[in-house]
Design a protein around this ligand. Structure first.
Ligand SMILES: [Zn+2]
Length: 418
């Protein structure tokens, strides 16, 4: 089937080389007017001036964009989509000044999500995740990375990853599964008779081989942060993950500087995420590497922390910067990716062009799909989002609003009725 997307106010293509944009390249945002897009099957076949494209495809089914804006579907490279109950009670406590450790002592924090997820069946987790991912999709996201990481046992991590596999079959979105067994050290390995070393051995010797054998994940991720996993432990776990054929990601230098960004660059991780506390050396290492710096400004906003990642310094040094939601029950329960773009402009001081590239081309690079999605260009997957705006600068401007009218993934309607 051939579709012809016609009559858009603007078509933002983000077209360019099929790789992450770095530094000044992030300002290149191709915006076309009086243009049209042809989709054949799952792929984009042509983009060009309206009249010429229409004349070349007289039999195509026309999708009238009604003077709205068409752009690549957003690529959310860092949400945590598999969890049970929300943790809304912690927000008020945090607002009242109760610290992270005290919230954990009262039974909150990540360990409460772990307790909760372990008690739920695969069916239950599937039913909870499905509408949450649909809400992400409703704001224009067409590719979603999905992490495990609230199981922290062999069975519960495999259960989470199997839920992701079922979601891949049930949803028209493109999902990228990530194994995050190294999200935390589970409580039962923090005191005698068990040790954290035994948990790391469980990840290396049992979890990773089984995840790989069942083909349940594309990436392995780790929370590399003082008080969670050290850089030495990350080296061991990610080394084992690579030997199992998985690509690598790190939660790096989120709250305290620990050299995790440097490690990510050194080992050739696909992305280093968070980076609010990245050092000068870490910025330099990322700028000189192929590792994408994925920034999550919604998290710092929600936690009420004044310190955001040094996005300007990263871009000015020549790094590739991506944006993502960090959707999760504790520190960033937002499904609104355009709101993250607002924060990128107002808090991270990105230009609109840089923010859009960070949420499309560079988001795709952060999940290893830069040659497949994130651009409206011939050969790319037909992953499109139609927004009820005239000008791309309105996307971060109407902050917190819901302007996405419809999305298509691989040429098939994924959200909205259009
Ligand atoms: Zn995360």
């Amino acid at each position: 089937m051939t579709l012809l997307f016609d009559n858009a106010s603007q078509i933002v293509t983000c077209a360019g080389a099929p790789r992450a944009r770095r530094g000044a390249e992030m300002r290149d945002l191709e915006v076309l007017t009086d243009a049209a897009v042809v989709v054949e099957g799952e792929r984009i076949a042509a983009v060009g001036p309206r009249d010429a494209v229409r004349a070349a495809h007289p039999n195509a089914t026309v999708v009238d964009c009604a003077r709205r804006l068409l752009m690549p579907g957003l690529v959310d490279s860092h949400p945590h989509g598999i969890f049970g109950k929300p943790r809304h009670e912690e927000q008020e406590l945090r607002g009242a000044g109760v610290g992270y450790m005290e919230i954990a002592r009262r039974g909150g924090g990540i360990h409460s999500s772990v307790r909760d997820l372990r008690a739920r069946s695969e069916d239950e987790l599937f039913s909870l995740a499905l509408p949450r991912l649909r809400r992400l999709a409703a704001h224009g996201t067409t590719t979603v990375e999905v992490k495990s990481g609230y199981g922290l046992s062999l069975d519960d991590e495999l259960k989470s990853l199997r839920v992701i596999r079922r979601l891949q079959q049930a949803l028209p979105l493109r999902l990228v599964p990530t194994f995050l067994g190294a999200h935390e050290i589970p409580l039962e390995y923090r005191a005698a008779p068990r040790t954290r070393g035994e948990y790391i051995a469980l990840i290396v010797e049992q979890m990773l081989p089984q995840v790989a054998a069942e083909g349940l994940a594309t990436f392995a991720d780790i929370f590399c942060e003082p008080g969670v996993y050290t850089t030495d432990e990350a080296r061991i776990i990610l080394g084992a993950a690579r030997r199992c054929g998985l690509q690598l990601k790190l939660h790096a230098d989120e709250l305290e500087t620990a050299g995790a960004a440097e490690l990510a660059a050194e080992i050739g991780a696909t992305s280093a995420d968070h980076l609010a506390a990245v050092s000068e050396a870490g910025i330099k290492a990322l700028a000189e590497s192929g590792t994408v710096a994925t920034l999550l400004p919604g998290t710092m906003l929600f936690l009420g922390r004044p310190r955001q990642a040094p996005a300007r310094a990263l871009i000015d040094a020549g790094a590739s910067v991506a944006l993502a939601s960090d959707f999760n029950p504790g520190t960033s329960p937002t499904v609104n990716f355009p709101l993250v773009l607002t924060l990128a402009v107002s808090q991270l001081h990105l230009s609109v062009s840089e923010a859009v590239v960070a949420a499309t081309v560079n988001g795709a690079a952060a999940v290893g799909l830069a040659a497949d999605t994130g651009q409206i260009a011939p050969g790319f997957s037909a992953d499109l989002a139609l927004y009820d705006i005239d000008d791309i600068r309105e996307l971060p401007y109407w902050y917190g609003d819901h302007r996405c009218l419809a999305t298509w993934v691989r040429g098939v309607p994924a959200h909205g009725v259009w």
